[in-house]
Design a protein around this ligand. Structure first.
Ligand SMILES: O=C(CO)[C@@H](O)[C@H](O)[C@H](O)[C@H](O)COP(=O)(O)O
Ligand SMILES: [Zn+2]
Length: 189
């Protein structure tokens, strides 16, 4: 088997095993849907590929996923280079997301942290800051769940040790969550 065939095979195996987490994906969608219907927003963060995922997901909510509906409030905490560089420079890279949670987060909002290892300090601190401010917390992770395991209200721990395979499942689940929320009635709320 070459590396491409192995990649397909591994992806299929992880996909099959991730099906056991469908109830967790549903719970994530329910929590975010409820928060959005109550006028709250979603803050999303992660590093590297997961930063791209955070931006991708925020775009699905603010723009559109498939259906025509109102814009839903979601912010990727990974996009403002002035905030990221000043906070990292003046404080530490570990607080680039938590500082934004402190400034932007309000009780009832949802913080969605994405970290394949569960060990990224800035995502861990974002969850801690969110809990302190009364936000609901959701974490998408993998491997053994890492240091963030058990911290969030809901955790989606993908059963794989391979960062890329975990990220692929994260985005599949994120798209399905966007689809569930997209299909709800949003009227002119
Ligand atoms: O996209 C990839 C690997 O597929 C990388 O950019 C990866 O996201 C980075 O190494 C991240 O820093 C990993 O952080 P985390 O998922 O462990 O929180
Ligand atoms: Zn990647």
């Amino acid at each position: 088997m070459d590396s491409i065939e192995k990649g397909f095979a591994d992806h299929a195996r992880v996909l099959e095993e991730t099906k056991a987490l469908i109830p967790v994906v549903r719970e994530m969608a329910d929590v975010m849907s409820q928060a959005l219907h109550q006028g709250h927003k979603i803050l999303i963060c992660g590093n590297g590929g997961s930063a791209a995922d955070a931006q991708h997901i925020a775009a699905e909510f603010i723009g559109r996923f498939h259906n025509e509906r109102i814009s839903l409030p979601a912010v990727a905490l990974t996009v403002d280079t002035s905030i990221l560089t000043s906070v990292a420079n003046d404080y530490s890279y570990d607080v680039v997301f938590s500082r934004q949670v402190e400034g932007l987060g309000q009780e009832g909002d949802v913080l969605w942290g994405i970290t394949t290892s569960g060990n990224s300090g800035n995502v861990i601190k974002a969850v801690e800051a969110a809990k302190k401010k009364g936000l609901k917390t959701i974490v998408s992770s993998g491997k053994d769940g890492g240091a963030i395991r058990g911290m969030a209200d809901i955790s989606l721990v993908i059963p794989s040790d391979v960062t890329a395979r975990i990220q692929e499942m994260h985005m599949l689940c994120a798209h399905l969550i966007c689809e569930i929320i997209d299909e709800e009635s949003w009227g002119n709320e």
